[in-house]
Design a protein around this ligand. Structure first.
Ligand code: PLP
Ligand code: COI
Length: 365
């Protein structure tokens, strides 16, 4: 079964974007708006397993209107980047972690688990044909890769699909937030929750993001660029943002981040940042954090920095936390010292200018 997947079929696009047009996109990429010339498709069928691994031209998916994913949201995804180094080589960051998280998400959504080797190979295959789409290492430009898996069976019965597709697409990106490293404002969701106990909060599945959009729009209307979710049960504890994990830096130097309690996504940037902080001899507490603690800490000056992190957003300073009841923090603070230096270290590792002492980078080309 697995052997078949190593026979990758590659069909080159006959409509590749002319180089000049591609370069114009790479000059000023806008997150998630333009895509490379190819995509990966690997199919899974009940009784047959994963098969027909292929690279095909980028284009729409032909899908029956009764495909299960369109009705019951049986869908999972990943986010990972390809970084060009100064010598032209192309690298990615901790892909086995994304592969294993995709497997965990698959398990939760009753989808088939893609073997880790196929996940990593799928990135190589795409970069093999679309490597020219990885931007030069300036202005935080990268190629954002979006692997995803969908229930592709044509069937309206509510049960795990017997046919699934794993696909990979990629989009050149610049900074996720248009303001650069300027601290972002965060909207506290008081009227909606993202994930409940034993729900799908730990899985990277479309439904979690659909559930975040109402609060996210409310946030936009109030000048905020991300939304913060509290625990669904008591609305007391800070969990995470719509697409990022959150950290708090205390005046005495230690750092706190919400513990992974079953409802929070196990961020790979979060894990890496914890390691980089520990490497500096600074203590990191993974524990429950209440909104009350953060409010009191920011007001008293005990909390001196807040930052959010994720693949798309890297490490982004957080300025204010706002809700319809209150505003916590100053209007336009300077980005924190630790935030900025962690960001430089992490991006330095990713772009190959800082030593990769944990062996996080994997060469794609
Ligand atoms: N939390 C959520 C809800 C996310 O969507 C993401 C982004 O992937 C993260 C956290 C950060 O995860 P990672 O660092 O693996 O990108
Ligand atoms: C990522 O950081 O890769 C994410 O998936 C966050 C968001 C773009 C959904």
């Amino acid at each position: 079964m697995a052997d078949q997947t190593y026979e990758w079929t590659v069909t080159h696009s006959e409509n590749k974007l002319p180089a000049a047009e591609r370069e114009a996109i790479l000059d000023a990429p806008v997150f998630g708006t333009k895509f490379t010339d190819h995509q990966v498709v690997v199919t899974w069928e009940q009784g047959k397993g994963w098969h027909s691994a292929s690279v095909i031209p980028y284009g729409p998916i032909m899908m029956d209107p009764a495909a299960a994913v369109l009705h019951y949201g049986q869908e999972i995804f990943e986010g990972i980047k390809a970084y060009r180094h100064q010598d032209g080589s192309i690298w990615t960051f901790r892909p086995e972690m994304n592969a294993r998280r995709l497997q965990k998400s698959a398990h939760r959504l009753a989808l088939p688990e893609l073997p880790v080797e196929i996940f990593v190979e799928s990135l190589r295959q795409l970069i093999d044909v679309d490597g020219d789409w990885v931007p030069q290492p300036v202005n935080e430009k990268t190629l954002y890769i979006r692997p995803f898996e969908i229930a592709a069976e044509t069937f309206l019965g509510v049960r795990p699909a017997q046919r699934a597709e794993y696909r990979v697409i990629a989009s050149p990106v610049g900074p996720y937030f248009t303001g650069g490293v300027k601290p972002v404002k965060i909207w506290i969701a008081l009227d909606s929750a993202r994930a409940g106990r034993h729900g799908t909060g730990e899985a990277k599945t479309g439904g979690n993001y659909a559930a975040s959009l109402l609060a996210q729009s409310e946030g936009y209307d109030n000048g905020c660029s991300q939304v913060l979710f509290l625990d669904a049960e008591s609305a007391t504890y800070i969990e995470e943002l719509g697409g990022m994990n959150l950290f708090f830096v205390y005046r005495d130097g230690h750092v706190v981040t919400p513990a992974l309690d079953g409802t929070i996504l196990h961020g790979i940037t979060r894990d890496s940042v914890i390691q980089l902080i520990k490497d500096r001899g600074i203590s990191v507490e993974e524990r429950k954090v209440t909104l009350d603690e953060v409010r009191a800490g920011v007001n008293s000056g005990d909390i001196v920095e807040m930052f959010a992190c994720g693949t798309a957003a890297v490490i982004t300073p957080v300025g204010q936390l706002k809700s319809r009841l209150e505003t916590i923090g100053a209007e336009d603070p300077e980005p924190g010292e630790l935030t900025v230096s962690l960001r430089e270290e992490l991006t330095g590792i990713q772009y190959g200018t800082v030593e990769d002492r944990h062996g996080w980078l994997v060469k794609l080309s």
